[in-house]
Design a protein around this ligand. Structure first.
Ligand SMILES: Nc1nc2c(ncn2[C@@H]2O[C@H](COP(=O)(O)OP(=O)(O)O)[C@@H](O)[C@H]2O)c(=O)[nH]1
Ligand SMILES: [Mg+2]
Length: 253
């Protein structure tokens, strides 16, 4: 059996976990293990189903933008209406393109306590393979928060040596277009300028859009995995050699 780690986990972090089965949801606490995100190739299985992919997804955004609605829609295909403010990690298995995918989805409440934010944000960013950043198209302040969160995530990942961060930006509450204060173009432009994917959805109205969000993120996670594995190209070799020679020249001055 081959085991390959996708990302680091949160060490001993206690979080509530909502395990979802087809018929029921059970809320309980669990300890996330550092090796929670793995690609596994089980030798006793055959075909493409033998490859099991685990993906850790963090859902972020301002209060009341629909983070939980979006997550619960993906897990259960239902829109309930009111969700409360419980921080949860949900575990959900799906088959995508014949592959067994295990999503761990961390639905995070928004916090403005800066000291708390810094500490927990680092843990989340370290744990996550990909991010879903949600704003409401009727709430301009929630759109500004997304911009800040992208910078913060990219900064932390860069510090951790990760070049490409899979991020999907989601403008939610599309059904409330008569109350729109953020245009689709603004969302699309932000995504373009920050190398993120963009979707506008209504968690209240459709399951399909929400499904596209999670599949789009999965695609980005796969891409980032592939590019991280690629051997250094000629450009980066030339870059490293130039850096070495430049250093030697400076040393000899
Ligand atoms: N009209 C509309 N309301 C939504 C949508 N998504 C969520 N809501 C509502 O927005 C409120 C906040 O949703 P919630 O998921 O709890 O937001 P969170 O704080 O970001 O997790 C709730 O009253 C939801 O019913 C949507 O797509 N359309
Ligand atoms: Mg919530």
């Amino acid at each position: 059996m081959r085991s390959e780690r996708l990302g680091e986990g949160v060490f001993g972090l206690m979080v509530p976990e909502l395990f979802v089965t087809s018929s029921q949801m059970v809320l309980r606490h669990s300890i996330l293990k550092p090796t929670s995100t793995e690609f596994r190739n089980c030798s006793d299985m055959s075909g493409t189903a033998a490859l099991k992919v685990e993906a850790n997804v963090v859902v972020l955004g301002a209060d009341r933008v629909g983070k939980t609605a979006l997550t619960v829609r993906f897990l259960t295909r239902r829109f309930i209406g009111e969700y409360g403010d419980i921080e949860s990690i949900y575990s959900h298995n799906v088959i995508v393109d014949g592959r067994d995918i295990s999503f761990n989805i961390w639905d995070c409440p928004y916090s403005q306590d800066l000291s708390e934010v810094k500490c927990i944000q680092e843990k989340r960013t370290q744990w996550a393979d990909g991010f879903i950043l949600v704003y409401s198209i009727c709430d301009r302040a929630s759109f500004s928060i997304i911009r800040q969160q992208i910078q913060c995530i990219k900064g932390t990942k860069e510090y951790l040596g990760v070049e490409k961060v899979p991020i999907v930006i989601v403008g939610n509450k599309r059904d409330l277009h008569h109350r729109r204060t953020v245009s689709s173009e603004e969302g699309r432009l932000l995504a373009l300028s920050t190398d993120c994917e963009f979707y506008e959805v209504s968690a209240a109205e459709t399951y399909h859009g929400v499904l596209l969000v999670f599949h789009g993120l999965l695609e980005r996670i796969r891409d980032s995995r592939t590019s991280a594995k690629k051997p250094a190209g000629i450009k980066s070799i030339v870059k490293s050699m130039s850096a070495v020679f430049a250093r030697k020249r400076t040393d000899s001055v």
